[in-house]
Design a protein around this ligand. Structure first.
Ligand code: XLS
Ligand code: NI
Ligand code: NI
Length: 455
């Protein structure tokens, strides 16, 4: 087996702790460290993505690729290049020590001249991936179909004005769902990159919503037909590449699922930078999805607060991630989901080793956020305040209002009779913020101090 693409790095990356000066060691992430009764690796279920990390050359709209990625060099035989890319990816994942990966059909195998040729290419590469997975133990967190790169999808896939494009997308998703099933994937993702519009002047919103609903119903039906037991996930994003995307945010997706009888069939794959593009915090999106029972998986990254793009940077803010991790942990954790690094290196981070620095930093940030979140859960720091704030709803009045025993008339009569005299109480926001900071600062003592295995 090749071991050539990341020759500068000897894997597996070891835990070095906070005192280690080795940039190729984990400072906090320790797979076997037990946090709230569960191994860190099992809480986080980290995945590497094959698109930004292995199938992108560092090109942007203004310039050519900058990255040192021999398998993306022009002029290579596409299938040979795909095999090299897969070798490199599995070498990277094994050295990094992550349990999962994610890919689009087109990341694994090149598109052919016909659908049949694309399908054959994919099947051949899936066999290779299967062998790599068996050899390394790396598992598939989720698969997905690329329904946005090819020009045929410029006006959408399921929401295209042309039903033949819908049919083409259906064929692609059918194969990728089956591939994901064959590879034992834990989830299947649909991100509607072109399911939206550029201008309302040529767009029939009602028709496009009906098409999307039909498409997602067909996907759910096929999932059951083939016996795939993983979770179907929709990935919300408000815009980019289109001006407006229909799966705008978690609340929009939830409403769509309810409207079309698809609740229970789909959960959400929440991406940090998509949350912020939608004008929300990631914390908000996680809390919303958890509250609605649709929290599925996370594409972990971050945006840049000074621009409005999906910059997909590697996460590095413990403060922000801790709040989201807190909601995730207290809601029971990600079950079939995980944390997929849907992240792009900056264009000047050209070396292959930069992929290691980026993922190590991201995993340490996640690990540290998990330790902070666990502290908040263990000490019930926030939960006690939250419960006390709503205590009134546990009284007879509260339960009678919610159960429908009270009406506007009865409440008006009782208020007029002087029965109620509510007094505003402090929300204690600054106190709660201090409590969160204390957990973040105290985690310094705990985060490098795992009792167990160095690895
Ligand atoms: C793009 C999306 C994409 C999905 C998978 O913004 O994040 O990468 O995760 O199609
Ligand atoms: Ni994503
Ligand atoms: Ni993104």
């Amino acid at each position: 087996m090749n071991d050539d693409y990341f020759g500068d790095v000897t894997g597996p990356i070891a835990f070095g702790g906070l005192d280690s000066a080795d940039p190729l060691s984990f400072k906090v992430y320790q797979p076997d460290r037990v946090v709230l009764g569960k191994r860190m690796e099992d809480h986080l279920r980290v995945a590497v993505c094959l698109w930004h990390s292995f199938n992108w050359s560092g090109s942007d709209v203004f310039g050519a690729g900058t990255f040192d990625r021999p398998w993306l060099a022009p002029g290579l035989d596409p299938m040979a290049a795909a095999r090299t890319k897969l070798d490199a990816a599995f070498e990277f994942m094994t050295k990094l020590g992550v349990p999962f990966f994610c890919f689009h059909d087109r990341d694994l195998a090149p598109e052919g001249r016909t659908f049949a040729e694309s399908a054959t290419n994919l099947d051949a590469m899936v066999a290779e991936a299967e062998a790599q997975m068996a050899r390394t133990g790396v598992k598939l967190l989720w698969g997905t179909a690329n329904l946005f790169s090819h020009p045929r999808y410029a006006a959408g896939a399921a929401t295209n004005p042309d039903p033949e494009v819908f049919a083409y997308a259906a064929a692609q998703v059918k194969q990728m769902l089956e591939v994901t099933h064959r590879l034992g994937g834990a989830n299947y993702v649909l991100w509607g990159g072109r399911e939206g519009y550029e201008t309302l002047l040529n767009t029939d919103l009602g028709r496009e919503e009906a098409q999307l609903a039909r498409f997602l119903t067909m996907v759910a039906e096929h999932k059951h037909r083939i016996g795939f037991t993983g979770t179907l996930l929709l990935e919300p994003k408000p815009q980019e590449p289109t001006k407006h995307q229909y799966d705008y945010d978690c609340a929009t997706v939830d409403g769509f699922l309810v409207r079309h009888g698809l609740s229970g069939e789909y959960k959400v794959n929440i991406e940090v930078n998509h949350a912020t593009l939608a004008g929300h915090s990631f914390h908000h999106e996680v809390a919303y999805a958890a509250g609605r029972g649709i929290l599925g998986s996370v594409d972990v990254n971050r945006g840049d607060y000074q621009n409005g793009w999906d910059t997909d940077q590697f996460p590095n803010s413990v403060d922000e991630l801790s709040l989201a991790l807190y909601e995730i942990v207290r809601s029971g954790g990600l079950t079939t989901g995980g944390f997929n690094f849907d992240t792009k290196l900056r264009r000047q981070s050209m070396d292959r080793t930069d992929l290691f620095y980026a993922h190590i930093g991201g995993m340490d940030t996640l690990a540290r956020a998990l330790v902070v979140a666990a502290g908040m859960v263990e000490r019930e720091t926030l939960a006690r305040h939250r419960e006390a704030r709503y205590a009134g709803w546990g009284t007879q009045l509260g339960s009678e209002i919610l159960s429908g025993k009270q009406t506007l008339e009865t409440l008006a009569a009782r208020t007029a009779a002087g029965e109620f005299d509510p007094h505003p109480v402090s929300g204690r926001q600054e106190l709660l913020e201090n409590m969160v900071n204390r957990e973040i600062w105290a985690a310094d003592r705990r985060s490098g101090a795992g009792p167990d295995s160095r690895r």
